[in-house]
Design a protein around this ligand. Structure first.
Ligand code: ADP
Length: 978
């Protein structure tokens, strides 16, 4: 296409255009290039010659943008031709070749305008094409826009983070407060602080000391002041803070792990103190109780020597609790670096924006900084898990401390703590991540290794997992808070174990053991007490021991108890306690207070059965008074006759005095012989001269000698089988003499005494002496054969030392014999003794097995259904038969591992008593060792036999619980309930 002439430009004008510092093209209305400015040539890299007089789109045809119709140059030029108005194109991208390397295009943006120029006639002579490189501006704008967008996202993220952290602040199971100014005025408290410390009052705006006056003198107050003054952070464990529920109310000791940190203003001046603490009162009390338990055990030990071993076992050291508050480690640095990086980036971008925005952001950053610093320093484990992979994005030192040396940071949780794979924790975390619901776990057991390659440990945690949201509100991570409770749980478990061990120990004591509150009411009693009183622990606890004391002993006991309570002094007194069967048994109580900080915390008492000692003492006292009286009476008479003998010269009188005096000497001699016999029996030194002799002769001799000394009674030998018996004739005569003289002595109103001696088919010889005198009450029967025992009402009326029957019993025992009494008070008594002609002869068992045994004196059955042994005794029993039956029972008990026995004496005909000592000292202890715990004893119809039974258990101390019954039914009911 040729250039139109009308478009020619005057040369000077051309030069002006050419030298313009901006890129210009001058086009003809037909779009031929008339000229270009030097700046344009430079920009496009073309020569003037290459452009001159060329059709515009011939020169730049290949560039689509340039020639495009839609909003492009041609469009703009057409607009100008059409409208005869200047036209401005929007900023367009048009890349141009790089000056250094023309094969590479450079990103460029252009601002293009076309301006028509008219001649004097109004015809369009040229169009000026003007383009401007706005690349720098566009890129700057774009960057700014981008930065703005980023900034919005980052700010939202930051806002979100601090909101999450604030939420955590509220939910963190720790008490957080900020106190401000020299008076430490409450400025902020989190909900837990309020709920736990001041549920009922408003403390914001009040100085700390006004709210908690009790801490004024405490070291914790000094610590707070110190932090405020110096800015040094304070960390304290197990700090005691006395707190009142209400202003002015009574205070109670609470224990905390405490962390105080100074907060500064922009200028670095300390303005307030941030307090972070969590309560560990329960832990401390548990530890104290544990300590106390140790002390209790020690006290019990002092009291009860045989408890020594168990107590020592509890003397293990308790490791110190709570290492949560520890110094920051390297991970802190790492985590801080990361946070700082995020911050730096934010701040860098913020720089692009205006100062105002910068300032606002800087303030926000410092706020975040403070929060971040706080989170890095709090003594509670905090972590942030990022993304669905749950990568540790933040691990504060306290969290790291839960796993010292383990590499957590920047690792997914499943990789950092692979042992979690088998636990519910991963599912819990996923659930939080996908539902956004917060999870709170209390004292959950999580087996975790503490150190790298360390062993899996059963650890307990209280924790909170909370979803973290991004700017759009979508969950993008988890905020975790964790607090290890292992020590608390273990201490608690240990304490429970100790408590159990303590109980076990107290239950193992063979005597009554109890503890009482400081006010004296029982708060623990061992099984011995429950069994003795026949009541359950629940029934006894909360009551006072006084209730079980004999009314006559109550006053002195209560006086002493009150004094002991008042002075926190040892309590010791003797009293009778009422047993399940209504019987009162003498006990010596000894209780010691356990004092803690000058206050009685608990009383530990033992009641020792002193019934036997008491009785012995009493008997001894009685004996001494009787003996001196008994010895003095004949002595006084002898003395009197001696004086008479000295004064008289009458031979006849003299002879009578000598005879009378001799009778008293004889009585004195008898008394002294009895006393000597007792001494010999006690020393085991009575010599027996065993020889065969005619039993009937011996009986007759005895009757004759007693009859000679009495005129009031006739001794009648009703029936007498004669046998040759092998034994000590002299000693057996002593027995018969004693029975006969007692029969006469204790029947002053009667005139005869009946004697029988019969041989039975079982080769036993039974001798009986019957009188029609005062008789003996049942309650006294059994004790008659005890040393020094004399029935109360006879003691004053009849002379005697209470030794005769004791000696007789001893002599019969040595002859393998047995004795018993049947008596009706006011009607008379019959004294029996039984001797075996062939004592060595044994009865053969009829059936002998592990579960069943039978011979002529006993049947033993192992009752599998009720897991007990049923023993049925029959006929007369002597030491041999009883020992044999008992040893069988022991054997069956062991073989079948039974601990309950139903012992039936309903078919027992006579005595039992000589085996009582043996059962008492040997058999029952062996049975207890073999596991016997409950023994139901069904009484024999023979009173004496019943008493023998009582005698064989009455001094027993131990774990076996006995109950006596008159019928089988209730006995079975009781034993099966055990
Ligand atoms: P003593 O007769 O010297 O007191 P014993 O040992 O012979 O001593 O008797 C002990 C006690 O038994 C007597 O004090 C008495 O109370 C009681 N006693 C013994 N025999 C009889 C009897 N036949 N009738 C009633 N009571 C008796």
């Amino acid at each position: 296409m040729a250039l139109k002439h009308s478009s020619a430009l005057p040369p000077e004008m051309l030069r002006v255009f050419e030298t313009l510092p901006q890129p210009y093209l001058i086009l003809s209305p037909e779009l031929f290039i008339l000229t270009a400015s030097n700046a344009y040539l430079q920009l496009t890299g073309k020569t003037r010659l290459a452009l001159a007089e060329q059709y515009l789109f011939d020169v730049f045809p290949k560039v689509p943008d340039w020639s495009s119709e839609d909003g492009g140059i041609s469009f703009s030029l057409n607009k100008v031709l059409e409208t005869r108005q200047p036209h401005q194109l929007p900023v367009m991208r048009f890349d141009i070749p790089n000056a250094a390397d023309p094969s590479q295009l450079e990103e460029r943006y252009w601002n293009t305008a076309h301006t028509p120029v008219f001649d004097a006639e109004g015809d369009m002579s040229y169009i000026i094409h003007h383009t401007e490189d706005v690349t720098q501006q566009v890129i700057t704008e774009r960057n700014l826009k981008q930065s703005l967008e980023n900034e919005i996202i980052a700010a939202a993220k930051a806002r979100n983070l601090s909101r999450q952290m604030e939420k955590l602040f509220e939910e963190i199971p720790a008490q957080i407060a900020i106190v401000t100014g020299p008076n430490l005025v409450y400025e902020f408290i989190n909900p837990r602080y309020k709920n736990e410390l001041f549920p009922n009052r408003e403390v914001l705006g009040k100085p700390l000391l006004d709210v908690l006056p009790a801490i004024g003198g405490q070291p914790i107050w000094d610590a707070l002041q110190h932090v405020y003054k110096t800015g040094e952070t304070y960390t304290g464990n197990e700090i005691c803070i006395p707190l009142a529920d209400e202003p002015g109310g009574p205070t109670q000791d609470h224990y905390f792990n405490v962390f105080y940190q100074a907060l500064r203003d922009e200028s670095g001046k300390i303005v307030s103190v941030l307090s972070f603490k969590y309560e560990i009162t329960e832990l401390v009390l548990a530890k104290n109780r544990h300590e106390q338990n140790k002390q209790d055990l020690l006290a019990a030990n002092l009291n009860l020597a045989n408890a020594n071993e168990e107590i020592q076992a509890t003397n293990e050291e308790i490791t110190s609790a709570n290492e949560e508050l520890s110094a920051a480690n390297e991970e802190l640095f790492q985590a801080q670096q990361d946070m700082l990086k995020l911050n730096d980036e934010l701040e860098e971008r913020v720089q692009l924006r205006n100062i105002e925005l910068f300032n606002a952001q800087a303030a926000a950053a410092s706020q975040r900084d403070r929060l971040k610093r706080f989170f890095m320093q709090v003594p509670t484990g905090i972590c942030i898990l990022d993304g669905p992979e749950m990568v540790f994005e933040l691990v504060n030192p306290a969290y790291q401390q839960l796993f010292p040396g383990r590499d957590l940071f920047a690792k997914p949780i499943t990789e950092a703590l692979p042992e979690l794979a088998g636990t519910p924790i991963i599912d819990i975390l996923k659930n939080v991540y996908y539902t956004g619901n917060t999870f709170e776990g209390k004292e959950l057991l999580v087996p975790l290794a503490r150190t790298v390659n360390g062993p899996l440990e059963d650890r307990y945690f209280t924790f909170i997992y909370q979803a973290r949201h991004d700017a759009d509100g979508t969950v993008d991570g988890i905020l975790g808070f964790a607090f290890e409770m292992t020590e608390t749980i273990l201490t608690r478990q240990k304490e429970e174990e100790n408590q159990q061990r303590f109980r076990f120990l107290l239950n193992a004591m063979p005597q009554q053991v109890w503890t009482a509150r400081p006010d004296g009411f029982l708060d623990y009693v061992n099984e011995v007490i429950c069994d003795d009183f026949g009541q359950s622990m629940e029934e006894i606890l909360g009551r006072s021991l006084q209730e079980f004391i004999h009314p006559d002993d109550r006053q002195i006991s209560s006086q002493k108890w009150k004094a002991a309570l008042q002075n926190a002094d040892e309590f010791m007194v003797e009293f009778r306690l009422k047993f399940y069967n209504g019987q009162y048994i003498w006990h010596l109580v000894r209780a010691v207070p356990l004092v803690e900080n000058g206050q009685v915390r608990l009383w530990l008492g033992t009641n020792t059965n002193i019934e036997i000692q008491k009785n012995n003492e009493q008997k001894k006292d009685e004996f001494l008074s009787i003996a001196s009286h008994e010895l003095k009476t004949p002595l006084t008479s002898i003395k009197a006759f001696n004086q008479l003998m000295q004064r008289t010269t009458d031979a006849q009188k003299l002879n009578s005095f000598v005879q009378k005096s001799a009778a008293h000497v004889l009585r004195l001699e008898k008394l002294i012989n009895n006393l000597l016999d007792v001494t010999r029996i006690n020393a085991g030194k009575i010599a027996y001269n065993m020889e065969p002799f005619s039993f009937l002769e011996m009986l007759k001799d005895s009757i004759e000698s007693v009859q000679q000394a009495t005129t009031s009674h006739q001794i009648i030998l009703e029936k007498a089988d004669d046998v040759t018996y092998t034994g000590d004739r002299f000693r057996l005569e002593q027995v018969v003499n004693n029975f006969l003289s007692n029969a006469i002595k204790y029947s002053p109103e009667a005139d005869r005494v009946m004697v029988n001696c019969t041989l039975h088919t079982d080769n036993s010889l039974i001798v009986s002496v019957q009188d029609f005198g005062i008789g003996i009450e049942e309650k006294n029967l059994m004790r008659l054969f005890d040393r020094y025992y004399r029935v109360d009402n006879t003691a004053m009326r009849f002379e005697g030392l209470g030794l005769g029957l004791f000696i007789s019993a001893e002599i019969l025992k040595r002859h393998h014999g047995s004795f018993w009494i049947e008596s009706v008070p006011g009607k008379g008594s019959t004294f029996f003794f039984r001797l075996m002609l062939h004592p060595a002869q044994k009865t053969e068992p009829v059936i002998d097995g592990n579960r069943y045994y039978q011979d002529s004196t006993i049947t033993l059955t192992y009752n599998q259904e009720h897991n007990r042994i049923d023993a049925d005794w029959t006929g007369f029993q002597n030491l041999e038969s009883i020992q044999k039956g008992c040893l069988r029972m022991l054997d069956m008990l062991k073989k079948n591992k039974v601990h309950r026995i139903l012992n039936n004496n309903i078919h027992v005909l006579g005595n039992w008593s000589e085996a009582a000592d043996w059962s008492n000292t040997e058999w029952f202890p062996a049975m207890e060792k073999a596991g016997l715990r409950y023994f139901a004893w069904i009484n024999s119809p023979s009173v004496f036999s019943q008493l023998s039974a009582l005698k064989s258990v009455d001094t027993l101390v131990g774990k076996i619980v006995f109950r006596f019954f008159n019928d089988v039914e209730p006995a079975i009911k009781w034993i099966d309930s055990k």
